[in-house]
Ligand binder design. Structure first.
Ligand code: XUL
Ligand code: CO
Length: 442
């Protein structure tokens, strides 16, 4: 492959320089090559860049068009422009030291006038991505299909009241699975952008949920038939763009998957800003998925405390991320998943360099949180406290409760004739909050 022209000529590959550096274009905490427990930090954290934000984001919002203009977005042939854009993307992935990237089909290749033309465009860009992956060693964390931007999907894709739209979406996902497999994608994500409703006046909720399940079963069957071994992930979100989205949160997702016999085929891709939109903390969603053995991957970002929509910001809140990492590590990690920066630049952040500052901040915050979480777990005070708090279930009648060896009759006898009134114990929240701060501000 001929050497591509540099699109970020002024920026060198980002290096780890340690916490004391004054270089804003260096890592302070993320040292990709540092070996921890026999694995590099890069392999622990599995950072990924989101193609849609980093290379298709323009800064557009409901009040105005894009502000971000990239020098490589030149020319009139959409496929040629897409190829140059992909060269710029791979240069960025390498320079920012992310081993993975993620995309929607329509992020990497322009949609054509027909499905056949869209597929041909996609094939051209997939061939280009294959060459670039080979040349750089970069990998695809996950692929997905954009089933929410085109007008045809305005009332949903798998939950559209028109079977024709359902069929079109099926054909689109079939192709997206083919290309994800061709590029060695390690997961495949379903985010139900418009799989929900605006008003129940025009919605048959039960039928729509049945259709969504049928669609996911078809995806599972098709993946099996082509030998795609990647993990399927559901990405919950409560609303936006719809008023109500069926994959509201992890708990709703678990209920849905179990209702339709899909629970063995799916895990969850948990996005921080989706968790907070659902009225949960990020850690809550991770714990809920982990409790089901269904923690799959993370869409790493943050919302704004004062704004009630999906602002998709880079997350630099080390305390929030440390708690998330404690839960992720306690659950045994993310397996084939990773930390995908589903985050975008603010509208006035128009310099190519801003893309670097944003990702450096996100990566450093996660790297620091990873180290803090390891200290919290190694120190054992928090886990010791938790163990002790539930110790009454480790022996005697507590153990019998967990083992289902006693019922109301036996417990009634024990309380009446032996135990009497329980002695309340402090939950020690303030002590624990102070303890947490001792790890964060060391
Ligand atoms: C939208 C969102 C999506 C998914 C992929 O809120 O998070 O970008 O991650 O479709
Ligand atoms: Co996302």
């Amino acid at each position: 492959m001929k050497k591509a022209k540099a699109h970020f000529p002024k920026i060198r590959r980002i290096a780890y320089e340690g916490p004391a550096t004054s270089n804003a274009l260096a890592f302070r905490y993320y040292n990709p090559d540092e070996v921890i427990d026999g694995k590099t930090m890069s392999a622990h954290l599995r950072f990924s860049v989101a193609y849609w934000h980093a290379f298709r984001g323009t800064g557009a919002d409901p009040f105005g068009p894009g502000t971000i203009q990239r020098p490589w977005e030149l020319g009139t042939d959409a496929v040629s422009v897409a190829k140059v854009r992909m060269d710029a993307a791979f240069e960025f992935f390498q320079k920012i030291r992310a081993p993975f990237y993620c995309f929607h089909d329509r992020d990497i290749a322009p949609e054509g006038k027909t499905l056949a033309e869209s597929n041909r465009n996609l094939d051209k860009l997939v061939a280009h991505a294959k060459d670039l992956q080979k040349a750089t060693g970069l990998k695809l964390l996950w692929g997905t299909a954009n089933l929410f931007s085109n007008r045809r999907y305005m009332c949903g894709a798998a939950t559209n009241p028109d079977a024709h739209v359902f069929a079109y979406a099926a054909a689109q996902v079939k192709k997206a699975l083919d290309v994800t497999k061709a590029l060695g994608g390690q997961n495949y994500v379903f985010w139900g952008g418009r799989e929900g409703y605006e008003t129940l006046l025009n919605t048959n909720l039960k039928r729509e949920q049945d259709h969504l399940a049928a669609f996911l079963h078809m995806a599972v069957d098709y993946a099996k038939s082509i030998g795609f071994k990647g993990q399927f992930l559901i990405e919950p979100k409560p609303k936006e763009p719809t008023k109500h989205q069926y994959d509201f949160d992890v708990a709703a997702g678990v209920a849905f998957l179990r209702t339709y016999g899909l629970e063995r085929n799916f895990k969850f891709n948990i996005e921080t800003n989706h968790a907070t939109l659902a009225g949960h903390t990020f850690q809550h969603e991770i714990e809920t998925a982990a409790a089901q053995g269904m923690l799959g991957s993370i869409d790493a970002n943050a919302g704004d405390e004062l704004l009630g929509w999906d602002t998709d910001q880079f997350n630099t809140n080390v305390k929030e991320l440390s708690l998330a990492m404690v839960s992720i590590l306690r659950a045994g990690g993310l397996g084939s998943g990773g930390l995908n920066f589903d985050a975008k630049l603010r509208r006035p952040s128009i310099d190519p360099e801003d893309l670097f500052h944003a990702h450096i901040g996100g990566m450093d915050a996660y790297a620091l949180a990873f180290k803090i979480a390891r200290e919290i777990l190694a120190d054992g005070k928090l886990s010791g406290f938790l163990k002790d708090r539930y110790a009454s279930f480790d022996t005697g009648f507590g153990r019998d409760i967990e083992k289902k060896r006693v019922g109301f009759r036996e417990l009634n006898q024990i309380v009446l004739h032996k135990l009497g009134e329980p002695k309340p114990r402090s939950g020690k929240q303030e002590y624990l909050e102070n303890l947490l701060n001792t790890y964060i501000h060391r």
